[in-house]
Design a protein around this ligand. Structure first.
Ligand code: FAD
Length: 316
């Protein structure tokens, strides 16, 4: 590695290339607890000094995390947590105002449910007269997809187009790189950093351990309200019925006219032998029903509903 490169330069290069999660490699030793990258960098046979950060301790059957200060991963004007469609667009929009922007995502790709969840239909961009009423950065993304082979299909007035998930990821990387947004992937936002009742940043977990990012403004784009819930804001949880999305390829399109003319082939009745339990196999007793909400999800209100801020967030 070129030793003349400053730490800031490295963060910038890694961030824009989507590799900044490995940035613990460039922190002085002892700044973070788990730092495998720095260990990989060490020449074979060289003993790597252990970190000064105290590990968690088991005391009287309880796991105690000793008090410690956290290494600062970055300081920025606008911190956006979560790089789904909302987070990516928020980061790009903030960058266009001239702000220094940092975007953090728990997974290794951009687009959230839109790409990783295969929610590919872009709904709700038209009004009842089929006039397109949604524009902005979202429309810029769709225009870029048009230039890619099968990046987007069914793009015509009044129709909800369908995108290709990988093409969306590609376009988002392209736009974030062009805008020079600092990006950290594989970093989970796990806590808010508070000063009084204002959110001043967030704490992240990654292969480099637990680190903090400070910001003048924090945008919670996690889709789950992770940051504002951690900051202590009240919220409500609502039920939302969703479908399970899948993609099917290599099928011929049905010619409806021909299909109506053709006679259905007679159904063959299939005789299956009745299912009998195998005598030698003993099934375990059925599991008790899973609790809802799952024990690992913390709700501030007793009613389980999707996070919805019920009073202004304490962000400045
Ligand atoms: C099954 C299903 C079908 C849907 N169908 C459609 C449809 O057909 N058309 C349509 O327009 N919309 C549809 N939607 C809604 C659509 O997915 C959402 O409107 C859109 O994804 C919301 O974008 P978002 O950026 O707010 O959240 P998300 O897409 O959920 O993105 C949140 C991002 O934050 C990251 N993140 C979460 N927590 C953390 C954390 N603690 N730290 C760091 N990163 C974190 C996630 O990994 C993710 O990348 C559907 C949703 C579902 C679930």
């Amino acid at each position: 590695m070129d030793r003349n490169i400053s730490r800031r330069d490295v963060i910038r290069v890694l961030g824009t290339s989507g590799l900044a999660a490995g940035m613990g490699a460039f922190l002085p030793s002892g700044e973070s607890r788990a730092d495998p990258a720095s260990r990989k960098d060490a020449p074979p046979g060289v003993k790597v000094q252990g970190t000064a950060a105290p590990p968690a301790k088991l005391v009287g059957g309880k796991v105690i995390q000793p008090r410690r200060s956290l290494p600062l991963l970055a300081q920025t004007d606008v911190l956006v947590v979560g790089a789904g469609p909302a987070g990516v667009v928020a980061a790009l929009a903030a960058k266009r105002t001239g702000a220094d922007v940092t975007l953090v995502e728990r997974y290794g790709h951009f687009g959230g449910q839109w790409t990783g969840g295969l929610v590919l239909v872009v709904a709700g961009m038209h009004d009842k007269t089929n006039k397109q009423v949604i524009q902005g950065v979202g429309e810029e993304i769709l225009k870029r997809l048009e230039k890619l082979d099968r990046g987007i299909i069914n793009r015509r007035p009044g129709v909800d187009p369908t995108v290709d998930a990988e093409a969306v990821k590609y376009v988002m990387v392209e736009m974030l790189q062009e805008a020079d947004v600092r990006v950290f992937l594989h970093c989970w936002g796990v806590d808010a950093v508070m000063e009084g009742d204002a959110v001043r940043g967030a704490v992240f977990e990654s292969k480099s351990g637990r680190q903090a990012i400070l910001a003048k403004a924090v945008v919670d784009a996690t889709g789950d309200g992770d940051v504002f819930a951690a900051a202590g804001a009240d919220y409500e949880h609502i039920r939302f019925h969703v479908g399970l999305v899948c993609r099917i390829g290599n099928l011929d399109k049905v010619d409806e006219a021909k299909a109506k003319q053709s006679k259905r082939p007679p159904r063959r009745s299939i005789r299956r032998p009745p299912l009998r339990p195998i005598p030698s196999v003993r099934l375990p007793p059925p599991l008790p029903p899973a609790p809802f909400p799952p024990a690992c999800i913390r709700f501030a209100s007793p009613a389980p509903t999707a996070p919805r801020c019920s009073h202004p967030m304490p962000f400045r």
